[in-house]
Design a protein around this ligand. Structure first.
Ligand code: AMP
Length: 212
């Protein structure tokens, strides 16, 4: 099970990746989470990436390809993985292919720009474990507290409305062309995602042919 969850920021990739990880027993690999951890820890790659992440722009391909190759080489990825947020450019997809990393499924999670803006401005993320919630659609049991680990829930800096708009622009310009790229390879499955989390998840499991 080597799969890519493809979609705009706020389409629900991270939420669905976490559910798939639990069900399939292969790790969800989020390049956004890897970058945010590197920035928090003051690692060299974090220092290089910070200004791009803060502005909602793409971190250069060379940096991202290095990060993903290192991560996918770890033993927990031997039986498969769920990529969330990578690849984001055709060059990144080509680099995966050139590294001999074959992909079985690309799930394209489709939502409108209006829905993305609504979801991201209401999104809250755990500072400790990165679990995500939504103030209306998926609220935590206690306000501001993570259900999974008890950590503090905050709004990500790049979920500010003006940064969301720039991330959406980047998605349409640089990332969306990847859809055609994977479609031509016969890998793309479209999941309409204007729905509840369990309904979207059911559609994804059906598309993969696995029982919930
Ligand atoms: P995400 O958590 O997936 O929304 O990613 C947050 C930010 O990290 C993005 O807005 C980019 O600045 C950066 N980022 C994450 N993944 C990639 C990638 N594959 N290529 C370039 N930049 C990325």
């Amino acid at each position: 099970m080597r799969m890519i969850l493809f979609g705009a920021p706020g389409s629900g990739k991270g939420t669905q990746a976490a559910l798939l990880e639990k069900r399939l027993g292969v790790p969800a690999v989020s390049t956004g989470n890897i970058l945010r951890a590197a920035i928090r820890e003051g690692a060299e790659v974090g220092r290089k990436a910070k200004s791009f992440v803060d502005a909602g722009r793409l971190v250069p391909d060379e940096i991202m390809v290095e990060i993903i190759k290192t991560r996918l080489a770890r033993p927990d990825c031997e039986k498969g993985f769920i990529l969330d947020g990578f690849p984001r450019t055709v060059a990144q997809a080509e680099a995966l292919e050139a590294a001999g990393i074959a992909i079985d499924h690309v799930l394209d999670i489709e939502v409108s720009d209006e829905e993305v803006e609504r979801r991201l401005t209401g999104r809250r993320v755990c500072q400790s474990c990165e679990a995500t919630f939504h103030i209306h659609g998926n609220p935590p049991g206690a306000e501001g507290v993570c259900d999974a680990c008890g950590g503090e829930l905050v709004r990500r800096d790049d979920d500010a409305p003006e940064t969301v708009r720039s991330r959406l622009r980047v998605f349409h310009e640089a990332t969306e062309p990847l859809k055609g790229w994977y479609e031509r390879k016969g890998k793309l499955v479209t999941i309409v995602a204007h729905d509840t989390i369990p309904n979207i998840s059911a559609r994804i499991f059906a598309a993969l042919g696995v029982r919930e």
